[in-house]
Design a protein around this ligand. Sequence first.
Ligand SMILES: C[S@@+](CC[C@H](N)C(=O)[O-])C[C@H]1O[C@@H](n2cnc3c(N)ncnc32)[C@H](O)[C@@H]1O
Length: 265
Amino acid sequence: MKGYDESTYGRAFADVYDDWYGDDPRADDLVASVAALTRPAEGPLVELGAGTGRLTAPIAGRLPDCRVIAIDSSAEMLDRLQARGGCERVERILGDMLDDLPDGPLSFVLASYNTVFNLVGEGRQLELLQRIAASLASGGYLAIETEPPVGDELDDDSTADSSVTVRHMTADTVVLAVSRHLGDRRLEGHFVEMTDGGRTRLRPWSIRWFDHFELATMADAAGLEIAHHGADWPTDADAFIPGPPADPHGRRVTILRRADSGIRA
Ligand SMILES: C[S@@+](CC[C@H](N)C(=O)[O-])C[C@H]1O[C@@H](n2cnc3c(N)ncnc32)[C@H](O)[C@@H]1O
């Protein structure tokens, strides 16, 4: 999308992010799982694309002895994170999740709901996994949460489809979800917010999605192995389910570790 770069999403969504996406029934399970799996003595925990800190704050609260680092490419998002109670000691990096990943060893790297899909440049998702593999502590984990788009029309070769649906509507406001598929698993769109008597607000987004099978291939190429792959966040390492998934659709939690870590669940 012409004019779109890695800071566009955060600038467009920071003011509504918590209202629109803050009510996530899975957040408590995510936080408990991350806290149980992180070994603070092995290095900092890094959250990629941490956004407004809706997850960073409770994670930092559960891990008082762990350095917690939040990376985001949007100053607007990080400003909100900084102002959020519970994030006072969180270290912030305004930058790119791949180019500005801190040096290891890292005890845990978290990429929550579809955050890695924001890395749209060719080969950048694989590069990210390679970079994390090189930075993880031997007992460290990378957790990636995704929900790939569904629909027969979203096969790899499809380029034709676009859609407009209603996200939200009141008597004086409507938010339309506009999207188009570019092929090669690239999708882009806008939330178009129109208010009676007010101005139209555009909230653009752009993603490259992958499914579990592509993630498994990228992980292997990066020197990572899948410790857990399931619909839910595991309570601890004893609850890992190595997969493959019974149902490849829906929201998925994939937890990876270095293939040379020697750790087995
Ligand atoms: C879908 S939001 C998720 C926010 C947070 N992880 C959560 O679950 O609430 C994606 C975040 O990634 C950030 N982002 C997008 N591209 C990025 C990049 N290349 N590097 C770092 N952050 C990025 C956006 O600014 C946004 O805050």
